[in-house]
Design a protein around this ligand. Structure first.
Ligand code: EPZ
Length: 420
């Protein structure tokens, strides 16, 4: 296993180029299963998660080639059974269920395991596919979908007790594009990554309206053709670097990002008093020793993203005030709190609300990475802690951040990747 040795405090300055979105790449790569023709996907980040997805496509029978950020897929002939040994490694693999159902009218995919941010049910995915007439059975840990008979469009509500489902919306949309008739998804997720998937499907010949809102209408077509697509920038990677740069330094500019996808998190930074210059595809941020605390509650898009709450927790430790963060999507998503407290952070966790009193210097310490975003929060804290921090189980970070150590080193961080 690898670990990251971070020496702090290091003032950050310079420019960072943001990679393509992980959470857009994964469903878009899965969507290439919907056609037998060649698809070319550009700006796919080099991550273990995207590598797992290309392996799954290949195991399903597709021809897959990858040249740096460009992935070419030709799914001429594919199987309907997703390989358990790969699917179990990444719960987002569930997003092959929709395209396999749409293309083959049958699919078998293992139930994704839980993960450290909590139980990861797929009941809404299955409800959506049943709404299209599919017969679903679950046995031996596998989901079996049979849509050979009366597979047709209908109106489906995908709202769950924690709001909309991103990959659930993706799966139903990818099945419905090849279902007879019209499907209306009510309570759809409105994330930019869902809209990006819809834009790719439209390039393939799908007929979709309303993607990016909470009601998506899909008019089924007989088949889809190949297409080329460039993935949108990763708004969570962009937000992660903004938090790092707000914590200390002389200002950092993030480039090739999409500020229009980041309104909720930018508003929090502006309201706290961090000076921001927002361009068309770049953002410059500087620290502010007089910054005010913030009160955040995570919500489905366009609300404050759950994938940014850990990073804002790290930012709160340097603000000389009290901040609160309430998590409504994954209430247990506070794996970073115990680790930040090992570094001296003053955080009180009551249920799904963390209360952070910042302003005192953190101290470097050995800490444990856990979920992807909690691990990123530890890097942010380590960059400004006094002394050395050792972040173990680095593979969590490599799942979602492309060349994170190179990018941080380029703006002044002192960090080294070491084998355990
Ligand atoms: C996507 O996961 C993202 N992953 C997650 O990012 C992100 O945290 C999440 O959306 C929320 O924004 C990818 O896009 C690959 P959900 P997803 O279905 O689609 C409940 C990261 O760090 N739910 O939108 O799996 C669920 O338990 C990752 O990049 C059901 O109850 O999440 C949760 O409370 C982590 N039943 C809420 O809905 C279902 O069938 C939102 O989950 C599905 C979900």
């Amino acid at each position: 296993m690898e670990k990251l040795i971070v020496k702090g405090p290091t003032p950050l300055k310079g420019r960072v180029t943001i990679s393509g979105s992980k959470n857009s790449s994964l469903p878009i790569l899965a969507a290439t299963l919907l056609t037998k023709e060649k698809c070319v996907i550009r700006r796919v980040p080099d991550l273990s998660d995207t590598n797992y997805m290309t392996q799954i496509l290949a195991e399903l029978g597709a021809e897959v080639e990858r040249a740096s950020g460009v992935v070419t897929v030709e799914a001429t002939k594919i199987k309907s059974v997703a390989p358990y040994d790969l699917v179990r490694k990444m719960r987002a693999s569930i997003c092959v269920l929709g395209p396999l159902t749409g293309r083959l009218k049958k699919a078998s995919v293992s139930l994704p395991g839980g993960c450290v941010i909590g139980d990861r049910p797929v009941d809404l995915h299955l409800k959506g596919l049943e709404g299209l007439g599919a017969k679903i059975t679950v046995d031996g840990g596998d989901i079996h979908v049979d849509a050979k008979k009366n597979f047709k469009g209908s109106t489906i509500n995908l709202l769950g007790k924690h709001g909309s489902t991103v990959l659930g919306t993706d799966n139903v949309m990818m099945a419905a594009v090849l279902a007879k008739g019209t499907t209306v998804i009510e309570g759809a997720a409105a994330e930019p990554e869902v809209e990006d998937l819809a834009n790719f499907l439209i390039k393939m010949g799908a007929k979709i309206e309303g993607a990016g809102t909470h009601t998506i209408t899909i008019h089924g077509v007989k088949e889809l053709h190949g297409a080329e697509h460039t993935v949108i920038p990763d708004r969570i990677e962009a937000g992660t670097f903004l938090c790092a740069a707000a914590m200390a330094g002389e200002g950092v500019t993030i480039r090739r990002c999409a500020p229009e996808h980041m309104k909720a998190m930018l508003q929090v930074l502006i309201d706290s008093g961090f000076p921001l210059e927002v361009g068309k595809d770049s953002i410059t941020i500087r620290p502010n020793p007089q910054a005010k605390g913030f009160d955040i509650t995570t919500q489905p898009y366009p609300g404050f993203p759950t994938d940014m709450q850990a990073q804002f927790g790290a930012l709160a430790t340097v603000i000389n005030d009290v901040s609160t963060i309430t998590e409504t999507i994954f209430p247990q998503r506070f794996m970073h709190v115990a680790e930040l407290k090992r570094m001296g952070a003053d955080i009180d966790l009551q249920g799904a609300t963390a209360r952070i009193r910042g302003g005192q210097k953190l101290k470097g310490a050995p800490v444990m990475a856990s979920d992807l975003r909690a691990s990123a929060a530890l890097v942010l804290a380590a960059l400004q802690a006094e002394g050395k921090t050792e972040i173990n189980r680095l593979y969590h970070i490599d799942r979602g951040y492309e060349h994170i150590d190179d990018k941080f080193s380029a703006i002044g961080a002192d960090l080294d990747r070491k084998k355990d």
